[in-house]
Write a protein that binds this ligand. Structure first.
Ligand SMILES: NC(=O)c1ccc[n+]([C@@H]2O[C@H](COP(=O)([O-])OP(=O)(O)OC[C@H]3O[C@@H](n4cnc5c(N)ncnc54)[C@H](O)[C@@H]3O)[C@@H](O)[C@H]2O)c1
Length: 246
């Protein structure tokens, strides 16, 4: 039985996923990155060009990793996409693309990986939700719905697989300094002011870093973390919990 942890990270080539990959590799974990655009993935990770919307590609790549490693200990369902706008703006295509990636992608990966966790001494799944699952954020209707679904799916998966010893939790990041948020900021008429506006609404005075989120993911993957499942962990610099100056 392997003592080195073996973890798949979806969307591990950029942003939060890349920070998770770097942290796990630093701890001696074997890591496979599943990304539709794996160009910038860490050189020490096994890298698979996989779109998590493609069931056949997911099944083939998971089988390849599992047979090379002899099993899988952890899955980080991090890959995600979003669209801007209210429910009045979203097209059916927007809904189908975002739900297919964020929600069904999480389910597809989990369905492929869970059978290979049978030999793990401490199997763990971490799903990437968002504070938009629990806070009304303007102009994020489709994205927020998908992230709320991921939180509900996390609880359901935790209930279904606790008897097999698989712990399933989710992380809810706030605004995190990644290429995704950089694209949103750069699309504003005054990107410097937009960045300051994002930072100033944070009680900590700065955006969340990918490393902040990665630290929480690593904790949830740790074999020593044994009695928490079906839970949500907000990593947002206090934005949704604190009311300062009232
Ligand atoms: N950045 C934030 O402020 C923030 C806040 C809350 C939640 N999140 C969530 O964190 C996760 C990562 O976000 P990020 O900001 O690092 O994004 P990012 O755009 O910087 O990186 C996302 C990665 O996922 C990959 N990816 C996207 N769709 C894919 C697909 N269908 N198949 C395989 N790979 C795919 C991309 O190629 C990319 O490498 C997402 O689920 C996002 O919703 C981000």
């Amino acid at each position: 039985m392997s003592t080195t942890r073996r973890v798949i990270v979806t969307g591990g080539a950029a942003g939060i996923g890349a920070a998770v990959v770097a942290r796990l590799l630093d701890a001696g974990t074997r890591v496979a990155v599943f990304d539709r655009d794996p160009g910038e993935a860490h050189v020490d990770a096994r890298t698979y060009a996989v779109d998590i919307r493609d069931s056949a590609a997911v099944e083939a790549a998971v089988s390849a990793v599992a047979s090379e490693w002899g099993g899988i200990d952890g899955l980080v369902n991090n890959a995600g996409v979003g669209t801007r706008g209210s429910v009045m703006d979203a097209t059916d295509d927007d809904w189908l693309t975002v739900l297919d990636t964020n929600v069904i992608g999480t389910a597809r990966m989990s369905r492929a990986v869970i059978p290979h966790m049978a030999s793990s001494v401490a199997p763990r799944i971490v799903n990437m939700s968002s504070v938009s699952a629990v806070t009304g954020v303007q102009g994020r209707a489709v994205y927020s719905a998908s992230k709320g679904a991921i939180q509900a799916l996390t609880r359901a998966m935790a209930a279904d697989h606790v008897a097999a010893g698989i712990l399933v939790n989710c992380v809810l990041p706030g605004t995190t300094e990644t290429s995704w948020v950089r694209r949103l900021i750069d699309a504003e008429p005054d990107p410097v002011a937009a960045h300051e506006a994002f930072a100033s609404r944070q009680p900590t005075g700065r955006l969340v870093t990918p490393e902040d989120v990665a630290a929480t993911v690593a904790l949830l993957l740790d074999p020593a973390f044994t009695s928490v499942t079906g839970e949500s962990f907000v990593v947002d610099g206090g934005m949704s919990a604190l009311r300062l100056g009232v």
